[in-house]
Design a protein around this ligand. Structure first.
Ligand code: ADP
Ligand code: MG
Length: 399
């Protein structure tokens, strides 16, 4: 995939009807927005379009209405908040591609902003229905994609419309693609990737792809135990993807053949059972990775592993991190994740964090502003790192 995509700055927007796909999938409670972070993040692109005299037609999905008209998932709350943030009216359409939306889009003046209803109210959206794509496109002259978090989905509003309109990226997508694209295509070395989280199978393809690119691959979190099992160690009651043991063996052989350093835990924090509730007080023992008792489960990396991983991260020039090192939701088991987050924060390297839980960990721990780039897309950033062409990005015009 070409990572050098045209942006809103590369095309004429003045006087044009611009359909801009945003990520307004904000959390709400009792009809109120509980975090407007995503709306705030969308402002630079919207403000650019307004300032340059575009007729701005915004769209987004929110939640999973699955093609049903669900009033509690209406984007009206977003229009209200966006109006406040922009300091100008955001005209709310009563539908997505119905009469009201079309009439309002046609009546827009330069610099005005409107918002369509939740795109997933339409059954065709997630099926990338060509008819819906055509209807959406019929309202506009140009498509701007600024929703990175949905870019791995081929939906009507994320990719389908680009079959009918010239398509470019907004600032958010541009930042994601340029930083992560550079890391993959032309990284400053040493290039270190750190993978964690719960399951090997979720991150299978990314392990395989990253071994082609990195100098060092670090594995932590629940998925590390399948690798330890592949080394022939007893992993006790730890998370184990039994079907993937052979795959892990293959990956270890591949790393060896390619001269990639593959770092696995040398020690672990183990306990008798998974904490319940997840943040309940828990007693842990630190044991060597090859000495996990049969009746214990590994829930975090141990202190020697923390040192080893932090050292590798500190000496890197590019670091990509996806997935926590342990059950970080529990303060006793968050130490490994904190150690890695801190190492990234203290490193001079280009540091990139993808994955919902790892991004949340960086934010909760207060390291977010010391990370070069925290991706706004969990699934999308993972597919990006797998080297896949994301439909919402592949459909944009190359520079
Ligand atoms: P991300 O969202 O960053 O991609 P994942 O969703 O893959 O990360 O994994 C995050 C989850 O992995 C967390 O809920 C965490 O508690 C869990 N986890 C991490 N280490 C372990 C472990 N050793 N055993 C069980 N679960 C773990
Ligand atoms: Mg997750």
């Amino acid at each position: 995939m070409n990572y050098n995509k045209k942006s809103i700055e590369d095309v004429e927007v003045s006087g044009k009807r611009v359909l801009c796909r945003c990520d307004f999938n904000v959390p709400t409670k009792d009809g109120k927005i509980t975090s407007d972070k995503r709306i705030v993040a969308a402002l630079p692109t919207i403000e650019y379009l307004v300032k340059h005299g575009a007729k701005v037609i915004l769209c987004s999905h929110m939640g999973k209405p699955k093609g049903e008209w669900k009033p509690e998932l209406s984007l009206k709350v977003v229009a209200a908040r966006l109006s406040e943030l922009l300091g100008q009216e955001v005209i709310m359409a009563a539908d997505v591609v119905g009469e009201d939306a079309k009439a309002k889009a046609a009546a827009l003046e330069n610099g005005q902003v409107m918002l369509l209803e939740n795109t997933r109210f339409m059954k065709g959206e997630t099926k990338n229905d060509p008819e819906l794509s055509r209807e959406l496109a019929s309202m506009a002259d140009l498509f701007v994609n600024d929703a990175f978090g949905s870019a791995h989905r081929a939906h009507s509003s994320t990719a389908g419309v680009a079959d009918h309109l010239p398509a470019v990226c907004g600032y958010l997508v541009q930042k994601e693609v340029s930083i992560m694209g550079k890391a993959l295509a032309d990284p400053e070395r040493p290039f270190v990737a750190i993978l964690g989280g719960a399951k090997v199978s979720d991150k299978l393809n990314v392990i395989n792809n990253l071994l082609e690119k990195v100098d060092t691959l670090i594995i932590g979190g629940g998925m590390a135990f399948t690798f330890l099992a592949a080394k022939g160690y007893c992993t006790g009651k730890s998370l184990l993807d039994a079907e993937k043991v052979d795959y892990c063996k293959e990956m270890m052989a591949k790393a060896e053949a390619k001269g990639v350093k593959l770092l696995l835990p040398v020690d672990a924090a183990v306990a008798a059972a998974f904490p319940s509730p997840i943040d309940a007080p828990i007693d842990v023992d630190i044991v060597a990775a090859d000495a996990i008792p049969a009746d214990k489960m590994g829930l975090d990396i141990g202190p020697k592993t923390m040192e080893l991983y932090a050292e590798a991260a500190k000496n890197a020039k590019t670091v990509v991190w996806n997935g926590p090192m342990g059950v970080f939701e529990n303060p006793v088991l968050a130490k490994g994740t904190i150690a890695v987050a801190q190492a990234l924060a203290e490193s001079d390297a280009v540091t990139i964090v993808g994955g919902g839980d790892s991004a949340a960990a960086c934010e909760q721990l207060g390291f977010a502003d010391k990370i070069t780039h925290i991706s706004t897309g969990g699934g999308a950033s993972l597919e990006f790192l797998e080297g896949l062409a994301l439909p919402g990005i592949a459909c944009l015009e190359d520079k």
